[in-house]
Design a protein around this ligand. Sequence first.
Ligand SMILES: [Fe+2]
Ligand SMILES: [Fe+2]
Length: 198
Amino acid sequence: MADDILQLLRREHRNLAGLLHVLDRQRHALNADDTPDYDLMRQIVRYLDGDGGSDHLPLEEQVFEQVLARRPALGARTARLAADHERLRRRGRALIDAADSVLSGQPVRRADLVSLAGVFVADYREHLCREDNEVFRPLEASLAPDERRALTAALPDAAGAGNDHEYRALADRLIVQGAGPAAWAGTARATCPVCSQG
Ligand SMILES: [Fe+2]
Ligand SMILES: [Fe+2]
């Protein structure tokens, strides 16, 4: 049986926030003239943008579709969030291209990489907060128990059942490096400019 829909989306956001924290540490390494793990950066960005097998974006799109059928008034918000996804994909692509250039021996200005990574991380964190504040919270406050059950029942069978192999592979890689999920806890909220205003 899948998790409750909102619990599942929130848990996935915590995972994404943790990965953003790890990516931000690589940006700090770059900024401090250390050598970041470019391959890890690529893997994280691909996952965050849904190119690396993440279940989150397709699941979110499906949930938003069903939410809109019940709450048409949320349409402007979900459209804005979909535009966020597109912009984040473009920014992620630019960051991956720059990391690829470094890995293939082409000259890339360190400041450009720091900037690309910084913009991507900040934008993604704000997106997670926006989604939380503008959609998840209103849903939590307004969905009747039977609506919530209906949304949960419409989840794909695999959702939340630990079948997100790409996330598992990333988390395992980070645990081996001593940077597993326990080390990420609580970091996103403390650093998100949107959340820290609230
Ligand atoms: Fe999203
Ligand atoms: Fe999300």
